[in-house]
Design a protein around this ligand. Structure first.
Ligand code: V47
Length: 426
C-alpha cells in the first residue's frame, strides 16, 4: 500500500468492516495505484473466504437468439418480424447482424443438453435467451418441469430479470412478477442469474439499451425474488459508454438493495459479476473494450464497494482465464464454471460457441494462484464428489454420473442448432 493519510483512513474503514462512500470508492478506483486497491479488495476477500476459490460444474444453454430488443452492446440478438401472411422470419435488413444463424431450441433439445451435462456430473444449468416474441409462457414452465423430471438434482438457474418481465407481459392472462416467479419455481426453477442489469443510469440506458426495462424494474424482479426466498445474482456490464463514476454508482445501488434484502427478506444476492464488455460484432464494435488493468481494477472495486454481497465472480469467458486467475488476489473468489457452450459473446467476432474449461484446468489456475479450489453448487454449498457420484455436503442423497466433464467431442452432436419454427400459440 502507498501510505498516504487518505489510504490509511480507507484501510482502517475496510478493516473495521465499514462501507466506503461513492466518493471514496471513485478516488480509489481512479488512482493509478492498482496494488493498494487490490490489497483493500483482498482484505475483504480473505475475511469472507480465506484463500478458497469457488467453481462449479455447469452448462450454459441459450434457448434462442431471437430478441425484440436492439441493445447496442449485444452481438447475440437477431431480429424477428412478421413479413407477410404465414411468413415469420428474421429481418436481415433491420440490422447489420446476419440472420442466417438464427435459432430457437425446442424443450426437447434443451432437456437433451441438460441430460448430457447431468450424466457427466454437472450440478447446474444456466439458461437464458433473447426476448422471443412468439414463445408462450408455457414454453418456459414446461422447460423447467421437463429438466426437473429428467435431472432431479440439477439446479436450474435461469432467466434474467428482463426475461421475467417479458414473461409477465406475454402470459395469458398477464401475470404479476410474483406470479411468474412462483409458477417457475413450482416448475423447478432454483435461482435467477444476474444478467440484464448493465449500468443503472438513465443516460447510459437511453444511449445503449433504450427499449430494455430499466433499473426500477430490474430491482423490482430481484426484490420480489428475494421476498419469495429465491436467491439471485447481480451483474454490471462495464467498458462501453459509461463513466467510472457511473460504475461506482451502480455498485452502490447493488449494495443498498442487498442491505434491504439482508435485513428483511428471505433471500439475497449471492454474487456480483462484473462483465467485461466484448465489442466484437456489436453496434459498439468501434469501441476498444476494457483493457486488462480496467478488468482487474473493476473486479477489485466491486469487492471493495459491495462487502455485504458474499461473492465476486470473474466470469472467465469475459475476463479470460488468465486474468481471472490474477484477479484471485484482487478480491475475486469465484470463476463460474465449466460453461461448455456460450453463445452470447464470442471473441474475434464469429468465434466458436464451444467455450469450455475442464475441472482440471479450473483447479490448476486456482492452485497456481495460491488458492484452495472448492467445487460448489449454485448456492455455494460444497460439493462432495468421487469417481461415480456427487452430493451436497451434509445431504444424504447421491447423484450418480458417468464421466467427469472434460472437452468431449461426442457432446457436440447434442449442441447442433436445429432451426425450428415453433408454431405460435397465439
Ligand atoms: O445480460 C451482452 C451481457 C449478460 C455483451 O448470474 C455482454 O451467475 C459483454 O448475465 N460483452 C448475460 N457482456 C451473462 C450473465 C451472466 C454470466 C455468467 C454468470 C451469471 C450469473 C450471469 O451478458 C447480459 C449482458 O449484460 N452481455 N452482450 C457483450 N458484448
Amino acid at each position: 500500500m502507498i501510505a498516504s493519510s487518505a489510504n490509511l483512513e480507507l484501510r482502517a474503514k475496510i478493516v473495521a468492516g465499514e462501507q466506503l462512500s461513492a466518493e471514496e470508492g471513485l478516488a480509489l478506483y481512479e488512482s493509478p495505484d492498482l496494488h493498494t486497491l487490490g490489497e483493500f479488495a483482498n482484505i475483504i476477500r480473505e475475511r469472507l473466504h480465506g484463500r478458497k476459490a469457488y467453481f462449479n460444474i455447469n452448462r450454459h444453454i441459450n434457448y434462442t437468439n431471437f430478441c425484440v430488443l436492439r441493445c447496442k452492446f449485444c452481438s447475440f440478438y437477431r431480429p424477428y418480424v412478421k413479413t407477410g401472411e404465414g411468413d415469420e422470419s428474421a429481418a436481415p435488413e433491420e440490422s447489420s447482424l446476419a440472420a442466417s444463424d438464427t435459432y430457437e431450441l425446442s424443450v426437447f433439445e434443451i432437456v437433451e443438453r441438460a441430460k448430457v451435462a447431468y450424466a457427466r456430473g454437472a450440478t447446474e444449468v444456466h439458461i437464458v435467451g433473447g426476448l422471443h416474441p412468439k414463445l408462450p409462457f408455457t414454453y418456459y414452465t414446461h422447460m423447467c418441469k421437463a429438466i426437473r423430471e429428467a435431472c432431479p438434482y440439477m439446479h436450474i438457474k435461469a432467466f434474467t430479470a428482463i426475461e421475467i418481465i417479458h414473461f409477465s407481459r406475454i402470459a395469458k392472462p398477464r401475470l404479476s412478477i410474483a406470479q411468474v416467479l412462483s409458477q417457475l419455481r413450482d416448475a423447478g426453477l432454483g435461482s435467477l442469474p444476474g444478467g440484464g442489469a448493465e449500468i443503472f443510469d438513465d443516460r447510459v440506458h437511453e444511449e445503449a439499451f433504450m427499449n430494455k426495462v430499466g433499473e426500477e424494474e430490474w430491482f423490482e424482479v430481484h426484490r420480489t425474488a428475494h421476498k419469495l426466498g429465491i436467491f439471485t445474482n447481480a451483474t454490471m456490464l462495464y467498458g462501453h459508454i459509461e463513466t467510472p463514476a457511473e460504475r461506482i454508482a451502480h455498485l452502490v445501488k447493488l449494495r443498498e438493495h442487498q442491505e434491504e434484502s439482508l435485513r428483511s427478506r428471505m433471500a439475497h444476492f449471492n454474487c456480483v459479476i462484473p462483465l467485461s464488455f466484448i465489442p466484437d460484432g456489436s453496434d459498439l464494435s468501434h469501441l476498444p473494450g476494457p483493457d486488462g488493468l480496467t478488468d482487474l481494477k473493476t473486479l477489485a472495486i466491486s469487492r471493495v464497494m459491495c462487502p455485504n454481497i458474499p461473492h465476486i465472480k470473474a466470469f472467465w469467458i469475459m475476463q479470460t482465464p488468465k486474468l481471472a486467475q490474477v484477479s484471485l488476489s484482487y478480491g475475486v473468489d469465484d470463476f463460474d464454471g465449466t460453461v461448455v457452450y456460450y453463445d452470447i459473446t464470442k471473441r474475434e467476432g464469429a468465434g466458436t460457441t464451444h467455450q469450455e474449461l475442464t475441472v482440471d484446468r479450473l483447479k490448476r489456475l486456482m492452485v497456481e494462484a495460491d488458492c484452495t479450489p472448492v467445487e460448489r453448487d449454485t448456492l455455494y454449498r460444497r460439493i462432495v464428489r468421487d469417481e461415480k457420484s456427487w452430493h451436497v455436503e451434509g445431504e444424504s442423497w447421491l447423484v450418480p454420473f458417468e464421466a467427469m466433464p472434460a472437452g468431449d467431442a461426442s457432446d457436440a452432436a447434442t449442441q447442433e442448432t436445429v432451426q425450428l419454427r415453433i408454431a405460435s400459440n397465439d
